[in-house]
Design a protein. Structure first.
Length: 395
């Protein structure tokens, strides 16, 4: 049953809302990237719970979250969750009861879902009828089962723990292309997030009319929300946009292939901007090849982002991708969208030499990281198989 409570208009510092707008209870797995969407949900008056580690939960429950947005023609703005009309709390995976929520948002990195506590929560989520919206780079396996023409069982090797997804009904999982870029400033506390690229989450529809109505109601509330500062109603970027096409979230794949994973070289990493702009025509060829792969699955050109628009956005991406930073930080698992694209391409009778090279670089670095971890691991201590990433989405 959905929780629909009226949210009154706000005055003074805070968003202006539609009169008697309904709100929902939304559970977000991941307090880092998840706090970006969470802040927009709070602006629209919803009740948000962030799943994170116990120390971060205590910090957020005490001080809220702060998400820093760049604004066009204005100084950057910091949204403090305590000043927004929605309500926020944070809790550990063991304390989360998914039955109490209307929507579950999967905002962690794929390798984190098998970590202690989260695995149990994922099993509880799978047993509920609640709809799930993923904002992951790595599409959940049940979502891939909604796409025609894919032999999904053959793609399971790309996932850290594919069995986690066995109990999920594909009809109640959808995916949003996580185009917005955000990071934790190294000097800041774990409740602070800096938005680097303020683009939109583009979500595909659910199978059921009821779940789509919920998603579009949330979309409308975020669209209408304004933040009032010094008497000026500000429109804050990063919206949720719902699309009928199942292929719109795949628009992130060409970006990942061209920028995020090309940050990874054999012995070092480079910023996304350099990976894209050092040889712009080569980047265009890689981007177009990946876009062609998406269209071979059924995407239309309008579902995807033109290369020139992506290249312009990449000019501002002065850091290596989170996957590259995790890999060179010693992670034993990262999101393997590179390998997923490789295997999907093989199923379509295609391959890309640059992608094959990237997969080789990532495989070799992961093998090095795992060997180093095995040396450090005391012989009497069992290997757990999962490590915390340098910027864990759970946090």
């Amino acid at each position: 049953m959905m929780h629909r409570n009226p949210v009154k208009n706000q005055t003074g510092p805070g968003p202006s809302q539609r009169e008697n707008q309904m709100n929902y209870r939304i559970l977000i797995l991941g307090a880092s990237y998840g706090s970006l969407l969470g802040s927009k949900l709070l602006m629209a008056g919803h009740r948000v719970s962030l799943v994170c580690t116990a120390p971060t939960a205590r910090l957020i429950n005490r001080e809220g979250t702060q998400v820093r947005f760049p604004l066009r023609d204005r100084a950057p703005l910091e949204l403090d969750s305590r000043r927004l009309p929605g309500t926020l709390d944070a809790l550990t995976p063991d304390a989360a009861d998914p039955r109490q929520y209307d929507l579950i948002v999967l905002g962690m990195q794929e390798a984190q879902y098998g970590s202690a506590g989260v695995r149990g929560l994922m099993r509880r989520i799978a047993r509920t009828p609640k709809p799930c919206l993923a904002i992951m780079n790595m599409p959940p396996l049940p979502y891939l089962r909604r796409l025609p023409g894919l032999f999904v069982d053959a793609l399971e090797s790309c996932y850290t723990d594919p069995e986690l997804w066995d109990g999920f009904d594909p009809a109640r999982i959808t995916l949003a292309s996580p185009d917005p870029q955000a990071f934790r400033p190294p000097e800041a506390a774990k409740n602070v997030l800096q938005v680097g690229l303020p683009t939109n989450f583009k979500a595909a529809r659910f199978e059921s009319a009821e779940h789509n109505a919920l998603l579009r109601d949330i979309e409308a509330g975020i669209e209408a929300a304004r933040y009032v500062e010094d008497g000026v109603a500000l429109e804050i970027p990063v919206k949720l946009k719902v699309h009928d096409s199942l292929f719109v979230p795949l628009a992130k794949w060409p970006m990942l292939a061209t920028g995020n994973y090309r940050c990874i070289r054999r012995h070092d990493m480079i910023p996304i901007r350099e990976a894209v702009h050092a040889d712009l025509e080569r980047s265009r060829r890689i981007y177009d090849w990946t876009a062609g792969l998406c269209m071979s699955l059924g995407a239309e050109p309008g579902d995807l982002v033109p290369f020139d628009k992506y290249a312009k956005a990449a000019e501002g991406l002065a850091k290596p991708s989170s996957a590259a930073r995790a890999l060179f930080g010693g992670a034993q698992h990262i999101e393997r969208v590179d390998r997923l694209l490789q295997l999907v391409a093989w199923q379509q009778g295609s391959e890309c030499a640059v992608l094959e090279e990237i997969v080789g670089f990532v495989d070799a670095r992961l093998e090095t990281n795992r060997a180093a971890a095995a040396v450090r691991q005391p012989p009497s201590t069992p290997q757990l198989g999962f490590v915390r990433l340098p910027e864990p989405a759970l946090a």
